[in-house]
Design a binder for this molecule. Structure first.
Ligand SMILES: *Cc1c(COP(=O)(O)O)cnc(C)c1O
Length: 417
């Protein structure tokens, strides 16, 4: 398999693909710069002190001093929405308008008990007048909190025993059919996507729109979204973010970057790398593997790339066919690998330190892993390369963790001892 670096693809191709209806009004994100005050030569992050130097500092002496310290940038997608995780909002950015075009009435999806994906779908659907139905794995928790609480407040939640949940496709289909009733219809998101891209040139819709005035009690049109919304349509919102970041007043198209992101399914990471590749940017994507082994991530990468090409590109677009086998994401282990969902002693304190020093909240399951890698990379980076961490959000996950790991959250407060 070849490692493809810069594929000189026509920008216009990407711009054409991005010329569509979006859920987010604009792709903008705030960008913070984090300085490391006492870099470590051994590359260990132990006692590193951070400072958020985002406010422009006009004192030249301090500016010069600042330049001698390593630093990295944080793209604050955690600030996109108070309840919808940053990368979930990106993954739904192109998807939600498709639901509206199709005139869907109901959406069915699934996830773990504290799934940020189901919460994001529930909130985003409710915001658009669609009814969300969420299948959550396991039993209802004694106390509702975090993403579980959000899912419950915004959507119709059903808990599914693990044995049934294991057969996702069957479970989703059966539930969607019961929501649709006798007169309703059920369709999977990928099928809408196929239909809408085939009809793109003719501008025609296969689907008749119901008239809410003449026929308010229209039969239900249920759309099923896969767990984690890991379909190729999820990549478009992430590509849109890359295009935004590559503007001249931000990072520009010539600046070498190393983008760091935490990976669950790996969809966000692949979207970032595809965006950089298709826009011909000298940007690399480093993804921290949290939920799976490297081979599974590489397979996911290949599948997403070929699905992306099939859905959004035609052979006439002149894309180098070797891209199908290219490895465009650098998958790395987190410093202390563990079973997904577990947190280790000291990590809550690390999050607390970062919050106090920078005003940025990271969580021990997801974004602390990316923060660690970004810290390490920026201490070893060559002068002309910048390190950029995508803050994918996940703040509400802390509430669930505080319940599950009570002892880790009993933090002695040094100021009051
Ligand atoms: C869902 C989620 C991820 C995983 O994103 P993938 O696209 O599945 O890799 C990472 N970080 C946070 C905070 C998330 O909520």
């Amino acid at each position: 398999m070849g490692v493809l670096k810069h594929n000189p693809v026509n920008d216009k191709l990407v711009l054409r693909l991005l010329d569509r209806r979006w859920a987010l009004n604009s792709p903008d994100a705030k960008i913070n710069q984090i300085m490391i005050l006492n870099p470590k030569e051994d590359g260990l992050n132990g006692d590193v002190t951070f400072r958020n130097i985002t406010q422009p500092c006009l004192d030249e002496g301090i500016m010069k001093k600042n330049q001698s310290f390593p630093s990295f940038y944080v793209v604050r997608d955690d600030l996109l929405h108070p309840l919808v995780n940053g990368n979930k909002a990106r993954k739904l950015d192109a998807l939600l308008p498709l639901l509206e075009d199709y005139d869907a009435t109901d959406v069915v999806t699934c996830g773990g008990c504290q799934s940020a994906h189901t919460a994001a779908v529930a909130v985003s659907c409710a915001e658009r007048g669609l009814r969300p139905h969420l299948l959550l794995r396991g039993e209802a928790p004694e106390t509702l909190t975090g993403y579980n609480l959000v899912s419950t407040l915004y959507g119709n939640v059903v808990y599914v025993p693990r044995s049934l949940y294991a057969k996702r496709k069957e479970m989703l289909t059966r539930h969607a059919e019961s929501v649709a009733g006798r007169d309703g219809s059920v369709i999977w998101l990928d099928d809408i996507l196929g239909a809408s891209s085939r009809n793109h040139s003719s501008g025609k819709q296969n689907f008749s729109k119901a008239d809410p005035v003449k026929c308010p009690e229209k039969s239900r049109k249920v759309v099923v979204i896969n767990e984690g919304a890991g379909d190729s349509v999820a990549l478009l919102g992430v590509v849109r973010l890359i295009q935004y970041l590559s503007q001249n007043h931000l990072f520009g198209k010539d600046q070498a970057l190393n983008i760091v992101v935490d990976a669950g399914t790996g969809t966000t990471a692949v979207g970032l790398a595809l965006g950089a590749l298709c826009l011909g940017l000298p940007w690399e994507v480093t993804a921290v593997m949290l939920a799976d082994k490297i081979n599974a991530y590489k397979e996911k990468e290949q599948n997403l790339i070929s699905e992306y090409l099939r859905s959004f590109m035609s052979s006439a677009d002149g894309l180098d066919p070797s891209i199908v086998n290219a490895e465009i994401v650098q998958w790395v282990e987190r410093s202390l690998p563990r079973k997904f969902g577990n947190i280790l002693k000291g990590e809550v304190q690390e999050c607390q330190k970062i919050a106090r020093q920078t005003g940025i909240l990271v969580d021990p399951i997801y974004t602390l892993a990316a923060w660690d890698i970004a810290t390490k990379l920026s201490q070893n980076m060559l002068e002309d390369r910048k390190v950029v961490m995508l803050h994918t959000g996940g703040t509400l996950g802390m509430f669930g963790l505080a319940q599950r790991y009570r002892s880790y959250f009993k933090i002695p407060d040094e100021d009051f001892r």
